[in-house]
Design a protein around this ligand. Structure first.
Ligand code: DGL
Length: 279
């Protein structure tokens, strides 16, 4: 292929959107960080609200949803797909990556967090909180055991947190009581860092920091994932240099209450479009 033809293909691809998906609207925390870091990029977001919560689904089901959503985002011309869901990243990343091989690059929310913490010598004992499926997968524990066996890891499923946040109870007496009950679990004694392994949890990061009197490192994924996306697009020469972004936010089950909740996760309220996938 001639150089000029290759250049045209690359510039068309640069203008293509970034695909992002989550079980619902929690992944909008990641979408927001990506749009802040890359204001020229268009986004196609898909929230699989009909199957939410993923945290209670089987690996087989989540892999099946991920493949359908991957196909949908590829159909929308996305140049990259970001799994803005810890649960899907924990159990369906390899499946989706294999399915999309040669078509688009897949980014998950776990790798950037692990890369960020693995060389921080001050971390001796790290806690991980997330959905039941994320914690059962042991993905963080296994990766850390290989990459830094000196670090002790302790995982705790905190399934009430995501629905609590979606119901609008972040930063309230209720969230304080629920956090107190989870974070006082003996498993998390003496941790000096905590991974928020769910894309809903950035909304309660400050409360968690306050619980620990700002004495331990609290790590969430949105900014780290946005940085990773930027670096990969830069490397592949796929950053959009043009202005005039066009975002689309799809859900598999539309309700007014989802639409209202979007502002909590994205900062501004969004117009949701309903789409039915063959799942
Ligand atoms: N946002 C999802 C995650 O990061 C959790 C919500 C769910 O269980 O679907 O794991």
């Amino acid at each position: 292929m001639s150089n000029s033809k290759l250049k045209t293909i690359n510039s068309e691809l640069s203008n293509s959107p970034i695909g992002i998906f989550d079980s619902g609207i929690g992944g909008l925390t990641v979408a927001k960080a990506i749009s802040d870091a890359l204001p020229n990029e268009s986004l196609v977001y898909f929230g699989d609200t009909v199957h939410m919560p993923y945290g209670e689904k089987s690996t087989e089901a989540i892999c099946r949803y991920a493949i359908r959503i991957g196909d949908f985002l590829i159909g929308k011309g996305c140049k990259m797909i970001v799994m803005a869901c810890n649960t899907a990243s924990a159990v369906a990343f390899n499946t989706l990556k294999a399915h999309c091989k040669g078509k688009v690059e897949i980014v998950n929310v776990i790798g950037p967090v692990l890369d960020h913490i693995v060389h921080q010598d001050s971390i001796k004992k790290i806690g991980i909180i997330g959905t039941q499926t994320t914690i059962n997968s042991d993905v963080y524990k296994k990766a850390l055991a290989i990459r830094n066996p000196e670090v002790e890891t302790m995982s705790l499923a905190t399934p009430l947190l995501a629905p609590m946040i979606e119901e609008g109870f972040a930063n309230s007496n209720i969230s304080q009581a629920v956090l107190q009950s989870y974070l006082s679990d003996i498993k998390l004694n003496d941790i000096n860092a905590l991974i928020l392994a769910c894309t809903h949890y950035p909304l309660i990061k400050q409360e968690i920091e306050a619980y620990y009197n700002n004495k331990i490192l609290i790590v969430d994924s949105p900014a780290l994932v946005a940085e990773r996306v930027k670096r990969l697009l830069q490397y592949d020469e796929l950053l959009n240099e043009q202005t005039g972004t066009k975002h689309h936010f799809f859900v598999s089950d539309y309700t007014e209450s989802f639409e209202k909740t979007t502002s909590m996760f994205y900062g501004t309220s969004l117009k949701l479009e309903q789409v039915t996938l063959p799942i």
